[in-house]
Design a protein around this ligand. Structure first.
Ligand SMILES: N[C@@H](CCC[C@H](N)C(=O)O)C(=O)O
Length: 282
């Protein structure tokens, strides 16, 4: 099986071109290929597939084999790959995901063809508990809610960008024990489908620092849907402006929560290498 290794701000996935080859048992493949010692090593697996309603369809599997609705860093890499494959395609594409069809715009870096800057219209956030999903009154929003974990109470804001996010503000994110508290919040009984957790330090009204604990993958160097949720939560709770720069461990994303309530996200997409992986065709 041929694969491409790409990353967006350090959030790295193995990509397989499903236009060229069939991929069987992707859940199992995701677990094996993501292993950083016995596989290729990645935060998960992304399949690039034909679509009936868009230029391509993306399926995203976390390193534990669970399928997620969306991946913000992944969709930028899918768009870059499709543009690189067909240079006459133009820079604007649509990609079908389990969170809907999203529009992307790719800008190639003429000096370094391995890297592109990609802007994604991430769509509108879903704010009701029932949409996240989260227990409690299903029509209510969950902004600035208290979540008790062990001996600590966090003030959190929960937002779905197609996939679920819990945004928690901390004073010093570099010193914060992301692995310990992230795993506890991911599996908290409030969240029946588990949740991605963003720990955020506010630098100013237009700048934040984020570390992410991802559902099904653990701590990753960046999360695009998470950065989008942070943009929405920051604006709705009065902490940040509509446009922010988000400093993640693997790079910087620029985000805007627009007047029409869609989130625009811009960041890098980079191809690192290609390879072959032994995976049976059926
Ligand atoms: N890293 C991604 C999100 C990947 C999916 C997530 N772990 C989930 O299970 O929802 C991003 O860049 O958005």
């Amino acid at each position: 099986m041929k694969f491409i290794k790409m990353h967006g701000a350090g959030n790295d996935y193995v990509y397989v071109d499903g236009f060229q080859q069939d991929v069987h048992r992707p859940e199992e493949l995701a677990v094996r290929i993501s292993d950083r010692h016995f596989g290729v090593g990645s935060d998960g697996l992304i399949l690039i597939l034909p679509s009936d309603c868009a230029d391509a369809r993306m399926r995203m599997f976390n390193a534990d084999g669970s399928e997620a609705q969306m991946c913000g860093n992944g969709i930028r890499c899918v768009a870059k790959y499709l543009c690189d494959q067909q240079s006459d395609r133009g820079s604007q594409l649509t990609i079908e995901t389990l969170a809907g069809v999203l529009s992307v715009d790719v800008t190639a870096d003429t000096e370094n063809p391995a890297i592109s800057q990609v802007t994604v219209n991430m769509g509108q956030p879903r704010l009701q508990r029932g949409q996240i999903p989260m227990t409690g009154p299903q029509q209510d929003q969950a902004l600035e809610v208290e979540i008790r974990v062990k001996n600590r109470t966090f003030t959190a804001s929960c937002v779905s960008m197609g996939n679920p996010h819990c945004v928690v503000y901390v004073d010093d994110v570099e010193q914060f024990d992301v692995a310990y508290w992230g795993a506890l919040l991911e599996n908290h009984p409030l969240f029946p489908e588990r949740i991605n957790v963003e720990f955020v330090e506010i630098i100013s009204g237009s700048e934040v620092r984020q570390r992410t604990w991802e559902r099904g993958a653990g701590e990753t160097l960046a999360c695009g849907t998470g950065a989008s949720a942070v943009t929405v939560a920051g604006f709705l709770t009065g902490r940040t402006q509509r446009t922010i720069r988000n400093h993640l461990r693997g790079g910087v994303l620029t985000l805007e929560y627009c007047d029409d309530e869609t989130v625009m996200m811009t960041g890098p997409a980079e191809q690192v290498f290609t390879g072959d992986y032994p995976w049976p065709e059926a």
